[in-house]
Design a protein around this ligand. Structure first.
Ligand SMILES: Cc1cc2nc3c(=O)[nH]c(=O)nc-3n(C[C@H](O)[C@H](O)[C@H](O)COP(=O)(O)OP(=O)(O)OC[C@H]3O[C@@H](n4cnc5c(N)ncnc54)[C@H](O)[C@@H]3O)c2cc1C
Length: 521
């Protein structure tokens, strides 16, 4: 029987893979095939993706961005052509997809991604659906800090539905952000007038209480001098670019500082909360103006800091970034002067530690060894993992990772990254072995042409370091795995091509796929 594996990892989830899974499940119902969710398939730049396994052969299906594409996947698996003429079904699938994409973007506080396409959807819809979308639109604009625009939208919905509590409270939240104290007082009177039934007394009291809190926040806004009044973006804090250290012809470490209390922490604690060790990343808002990713004047990109969680709490953050000449966010960042204010999201969990799995529920075991297969800036994952192995850098008094860690890092000879830190970890024994695979330098213009290539003399003379001029291969992976006590967790992180190649080599050498975690980088 054929099997369809639908990727549910980061990039695919952002592209609506949860809805793709539901779609494929429904389309394949009663046909001769099974459908399952799966971790990263290594096709992050062509999300959403699925893998069809049939008669011992594999076929990767990418960019499953429409119901028709989902039907093609089912067709590859079953050989059956599906009838997609039912307009209601198409409409239902399309709107589920949009909702899922938006939900995922909201979960990650990616407001530009969440707002993408919503105006068009409003224009195409009618009746109650249209009003629902408008209130959602207003709410998202408020969360993105566009309060005036949010008010325009929500005040119209409020006029049309003056007794809707949901709309009224959304309206009040926006008014509070704008410091419109007297308008909130009007809403209090309005609440009293609409809750006249004695059964509504509790609701009325609750609403008046909530409005009172919003009014207090509005007063705070009015007391802030206008020149320092700045709309807040929900889930984000302001950082400042303090310095840039060039580390190769392509990459640099960007040093940020912040005193903003909204920056949060990778390890929220207090109020009886258990702190679960994790690796983490943050989202940067590159404010480059109008763009094709959504209606907001910024694009959202994830980064994994190489500095520690403690440093984040102290208001310092170092991020290693490769600059792409055609990269929208990175070429924007390269042009920013020191001192520029930059919005970063609060930290988001990437993987649970010590399992290195995306979900805590999936993580009952502690690996006896780790093999990190990383490429390019994927090396940032090593920094985060090793912080959990190093006393003084980990959260809490003792390291969560005690099992041996082996690293294979593939990079271009003109973009060797973190060699100083990796050598230090090797010397301290935190890294059992480090194999550096050097590939040819990138052709064409580089962003930092004057930076000298890394001096690897010290690395070459260190016993647990090997430097090879080659690419990752099955033979190398097999050799590395022979040194890894079981259960071993393999973490793969690099560009999509590297991830896909490693995944297929791991399969070829017979390594269990559920012991592999793949991260896009
Ligand atoms: C969880 C997570 C953590 C990440 N952490 C880091 C980090 O710490 N440091 C870091 O530098 N990046 C990191 N990235 C990648 C980062 O989010 C951006 O994708 C990257 O900086 C490029 O953004 P851009 O807007 O400049 O390029 P885009 O405009 O999105 O892409 C334009 C072009 O850039 C090139 N390009 C972009 N990304 C890649 C890639 N990964 N591999 C090969 N070519 C690419 C391609 O030529 C592409 O066509 C991370 C990604 C994720 C999902």
């Amino acid at each position: 029987m054929a099997e369809i594996l639908v990727c549910q990892a980061n990039s695919c989830r952002q592209g609506g893979s949860q809805a793709v899974l539901l779609e494929i499940e429904e389309l394949a119902k009663a046909l001769n095939c099974t459908v399952k969710p799966v971790g990263c398939l290594g096709a992050c730049d062509q999300a959403p993706a699925a893998l069809v396994l049939k008669a011992g052969r594999e076929r990767i299906c990418t960019r499953i961005k429409s119901v028709e594409k989902s039907a093609e996947v089912v067709q590859h698996a079953t050989g059956r052509t599906l009838d997609l003429r039912d307009p209601d079904m198409l409409q239902r699938f399309t709107s589920v997809r949009r909702v899922r994409i938006r939900q995922q973007a909201c979960q990650e506080s990616k407001w530009n991604a969440a707002l993408a396409g919503i105006s068009e959807e409003i224009a195409q819809s009618s009746g109650m659906r249209r009003w629902q979308l408008r209130i959602e639109y207003g709410q998202l604009l408020r969360r993105a800090g566009l309060f005036e625009e949010a008010m325009t939208e929500v005040s119209e919905v409020h006029k049309a539905f003056p007794t809707s509590i949901e709309v009224l409270m959304e309206f009040a939240q926006i008014l509070s952000k704008l410091g419109r104290v007297e308008h909130i007082t009007d809403l209090e009177a309005h609440v009293r007038s609409i809750c006249c039934d004695p059964e509504d007394v509790r609701l009325e009291m609750e609403l008046i209480l909530r409005l009172g809190r919003l009014k207090a926040e509005a007063v705070e806004v009015t007391e802030t001098p206008i020149d320092v009044r700045e709309p807040r973006i929900e889930g984000y804090a302001i950082w400042s670019l303090r310095d840039v250290t060039l580390v190769s012809k392509h990459s640099a470490i960007y040093h940020f500082v912040s005193k903003d209390r909204q920056r949060g922490t990778p390890n929220p604690r207090g109020r009886g909360r258990t702190v679960w060790p994790k690796t983490w990343h943050v989202t940067l808002l590159a404010r480059l103006g109008a763009n094709s990713e959504g209606p907001l004047p910024w694009i959202e990109r994830d980064y994994t800091p190489i500095s520690t969680a403690k440093e984040w709490e102290q208001g310092q953050c170092d991020i290693l970034i490769k600059i792409y000449n055609d990269g929208q966010a990175t070429s924007w960042l390269q042009q920013q002067p020191l001192g520029i204010r930059i919005w970063f999201s609060q930290p988001v969990k990437t993987l649970s530690v010590p399992s290195l799995l995306p979900d805590l529920d999936q993580a009952p075991f502690r690996p006896a060894s780790y093999l990190l297969l990383l490429a390019g800036t994927g090396i940032v994952a090593a920094a985060q993992v090793l912080h959990h192995a190093e006393r003084g850098k980990c959260f809490g008094s003792s390291p969560t990772i005690n099992s041996p860690i082996r690293l294979v890092h593939s990079c271009r000879s003109d973009d060797v990254l973190m060699s100083f830190e990796l050598l230090d970890w090797c010397t301290k024994g935190l890294l059992k072995s480090w194999t550096l695979l050097l590939t040819e330098a990138e052709a064409g213009m580089t962003p930092f042409p004057d930076v000298q290539d890394a001096d690897l003399t010290n690395c070459a003379s260190t016993p647990n370091v090997a430097i090879l001029r080659s690419r990752v291969s099955c033979e190398l992976i097999r050799k590395e795995l022979n040194f890894c006590p079981r259960p071993c967790r393999v973490l793969v992180s690099g560009p999509a091509g590297f991830n896909a190649a490693c995944q297929s080599m791991l399969r070829e050498v017979g390594f269990e796929s559920d012991a592999v975690t793949i991260l896009s980088a």
